[in-house]
Design a protein around this ligand. Structure first.
Ligand SMILES: O=C(O)CCC(=O)C(=O)O
Length: 300
């Protein structure tokens, strides 16, 4: 299948991405790639692993699905996504599936992605693609420009120290002792609830309660489009609407030159499995670990 996008990303789209922190690229992927995406997502849904959350629930989330779904691996390795991202950034970090069956579509709450991962840097971009037409009411919304806010918010997941002070104290100690809070074994069995709701991070404002006070961007999405958004941007996926078909999305995270490892107390998603062999140091660039994060695409 052709690894080239249907068209080139324009300079205006790159400027919009840099200014707003998100851009919807219309008509980038051929029908063959959308079919491959559907196949890959259905495979993931039918083959859950220890990190699958909400099997048969209205919101199913899988982590690193391309490590076991052949179709999604093709999407990461061979589809135009690498070139689209590569014209801006060039290392694949990880991917996720968000599967919402037909019927009442649940919300994915407002959050930033950076606080979930043991990485830091400005050159972090998410590519969100969907196998189904998705009206704005069920698709991603972002707070325009929030990728430039110099704040990391508390993720809306994890063990709350107010509920379990002893458990929290043990995690605080482990962190102070230099441990990675979510270990290698998480790749066998793990959910968001195994992470730590870091009390030192500020809570997100009540965005839904005061929508008019925020500059919110959203889009109607058609299969073949590629939504790019910055890893640090505040975003959510809307819900509460009824769709006659499923809303099956795949989000991959890509890193550029300044992205480095940073052990976080708020880590809510395991490190990529091969990274556990390297014991990376805080500040170590991902580009210094080319066996784990090879260049995904280069011009020419
Ligand atoms: O697709 C969704 O429902 C949520 C996606 C999301 O929040 C993300 O990719 O970070």
């Amino acid at each position: 299948m052709n690894a080239r996008p249907l068209r080139k990303i324009t300079n205006e789209e790159i400027s919009t991405m840099n200014r707003d922190g998100a851009v919807l690229l219309k008509g980038m992927l051929s029908q063959e790639w959308t079919d491959k995406l559907t196949e890959g997502l259905e495979y993931t849904r039918n083959n859950p692993d220890g990190m699958s959350l909400g099997i048969d629930a209205p919101l199913r989330i899988d982590q690193f699905p391309s490590t076991h779904s052949p179709g999604l691996k093709e999407i990461i390795d061979d589809s135009p996504i690498a070139e689209i991202i590569g014209s801006i950034l060039n290392r694949f970090y990880m991917d996720q599936m968000f599967y919402k069956p037909a019927g009442l579509i649940p919300w994915s709450p407002w959050h930033q992605d950076t606080c979930y991962y043991n990485v830091e840097g400005h050159d972090l971009i998410r590519a969100w693609i969907c196998a189904d037409p998705t009206p704005r009411d069920a698709s991603i919304e972002v707070l325009r420009g929030s990728h430039l806010w110099n704040v990391t918010y508390r993720p809306p997941v994890g063990m709350d120290p107010a509920q379990d002070p002893e458990g929290a104290a043990a995690l605080e100690k482990a962190f102070a002792d230099g441990e990675v809070l979510i270990g290698r074994d998480a790749h066998e069995k793990w959910t968001y609830f195994d992470s730590f709701l870091d009390p030192s991070l500020p809570e997100l404002p009540d965005i839904e309660g005061a929508r008019d006070s925020f500059d919110i961007l959203g889009w109607d999405y058609e299969p073949g489009d590629v939504l790019l958004f910055h890893g640090h941007i505040v975003h959510s996926a809307r819900g509460g609407v009824t769709l006659p078909h499923a809303r099956r999305s795949h989000a991959s995270l890509w890193a550029g030159p300044d992205v480095h490892y940073l052990r976080r107390r708020s880590q809510s998603i395991p490190d990529p499995l091969p990274l556990y062999d390297y014991n990376p140091m805080d500040g170590q660039l991902l580009s210094e670990l080319p066996d784990v994060f090879p260049e995904a695409w280069a011009p020419g």
